[in-house]
Write a protein that binds this ligand. Sequence first.
Ligand code: MN
Length: 375
Amino acid sequence: MEHIGRNVVFSSRCNAPVREQGDASASAPASRIEAILHLLRQGERFLVCSHSRPDGDAIGSMLAMGMLLEQLGKHADLVTADEIPKIHRELPGAKQIRVAQSVYGSYDAVILLECDGLARTRLSGLEPFCLINIDHHATGCEYANLNWIDHNAASVGEMVYRLVKAAGGRVTPAMATCLYTALLTDTGGFCYGCLQASTFSLAEELVAAGADPVRIAQNVYFSAPTSRLMLLGAALGNLHCEGRLAWLWVTSQQILRAGATEEECEGIVNFALCAAGVEAAIFLHELPGECIHLSLRGKGRVNVAAIAARLGGGGHESAAGCTVKGTLAHALEEVLALLRPCVAAIDSEKAAEPVEIPAKSDSLDPVEVQHNFCV
Ligand SMILES: [Mn+2]
């Protein structure tokens, strides 16, 4: 277990704002950004962390945040509970990210990216610090001293970018590379998530600032080790479809036999979602200690974040995950019990679609009809 030690007591410096109440996403983002920048300018030492099992957005955003702090003349330690996936290890500055299980020291604030709670980091020792929460997950909530949650951001990288611009920082080629990776991976290669015209404007700006889109795409999508492909083969051998639902899994023995690591399970769920007509997909894999990790994906008609939240996880409406105790069979049974009614509701929604009312009808009140449908 690695500790990050400092010799100054944090509380002597901390000027933590009172924890806020209310809906962070509803407040004017400019004031949130300003409040965060104010804190960053006041402090000297910061800890930047993200969720365990960090993905492209988590890593790209942490690195870009570290670069912003450096530009502001601050010291930043970047910490994550799990190893960085191989495909992201070549990102500029990636070697500076330290893997640890607990932290302590003299930080003026801890910046949490992409975490809907401290538990999501799987880092211990964060509680006493002044906390800045920057998140875009559907399950994002206010638990920190400063909270900036934007459900419409396609990636947290996008939020870090806005922070950089507001701070008057410079988007260097290295920073652009990190932020483009965040954007690319969190939208599944510009396929899902909160894709808006502004998402593509940001991609354009990052490419103009020096991100190489072809090279980044090759690193992310075309650099799979053979073991990953063997693992995918095993998972596809376990593919099951049931109407609008599809699921697949791998056992720890199959991971071992493929010569793969756990991180190579990332993204396999999308292959189940490929099937025509499927609205929600599940990928399960065994973890050490009798735990099962579930990845959930939807095509926009099933809120998989709500399902993941019921099982102690979180995420986005169309991409979420959770880890549960027990056997693979039991985890599958549990998640199917939650998902089947949601999927069935899609068809009943169709059946409940309002019948078109003739424009000149005197006998029906359309408002009342709508109300009836809502009950
Ligand atoms: Mn994200």
